[in-house]
Design a protein around this ligand. Structure first.
Ligand code: IMP
Length: 178
């Protein structure tokens, strides 16, 4: 299948790695006292980010995942969020860090925060690699943000367009020439 779009690099692999080092330092500052932090990755887009982040965190961590429905194969977000896969572990009384790839309209993150808060964690914080603040509809902001970006459709570093380009090492923006 040939591609009818091009990808322009927006954030290099080196810049991502440097930012993750900084974020990991801040997260260690916040959670350094926890017996075991539960990292909750939102599938599928966060799988590369969480893999790099967890290796920068010099903490006892458990890694778990939630899959929430979002774009499907389209470029527009749906406002209705469904949970397709839930956590394996209970989080009551535990410290939790939700790891998201992009906060766009914010509906996904808002839904997941609401759901997890209902389970009584001790602390619940959120981190997103990318934030598109101009697209926000739900009243939500991640506690840590890697990069704030303009309203562009991006791919790479775990993030897809129609299930492709997750394996690019950088973040690129999708452009349709002509
Ligand atoms: P939200 O619920 O609108 O905040 O959407 C969040 C989810 O939509 C993210 O976790 C991504 O999976 C997806 N998403 C948002 N923006 C983009 C993009 O630019 N490229 C690819 N996926 C995106």
């Amino acid at each position: 299948m040939s591609k009818d779009y091009v990808i322009d690099e927006m954030i290099s692999a080196k810049a991502i790695a440097a930012r993750i080092e900084e974020l990991a330092r801040e997260i260690r500052g916040e959670f350094g006292d926890t017996p075991q932090l539960v990292l909750v990755g939102l599938l599928r887009g966060s799988f590369v980010f969480i893999a790099d982040l967890v290796r920068e965190l010099d903490l006892a961590v458990e890694v778990d995942f939630i899959e929430a429905s979002s774009y499907g194969d389209a470029m527009e977000s749906s406002r209705e969020v469904r949970i397709l896969k839930d956590l394996r572990s209970g989080i009551e009384g535990r410290d939790v860090l939700v790891v998201e790839d992009i906060v766009d309209t914010g509906h996904t993150l808002a839904h997941v925060i609401h759901m997890l808060k209902g389970r009584g964690p001790a602390r619940l914080k959120t981190i997103a690699l990318l934030d598109k603040p101009t697209r926000r509809e739900a009243d939500v902001k991640a506690d840590w943000i890697g990069f704030s970006i303009p309203d562009e459709f991006v791919v790479g570093y775990g993030i897809d367009y129609a299930q492709r380009n997750r394996n690019l090492p950088f973040i690129g923006k999708v452009r349709f020439p002509g």
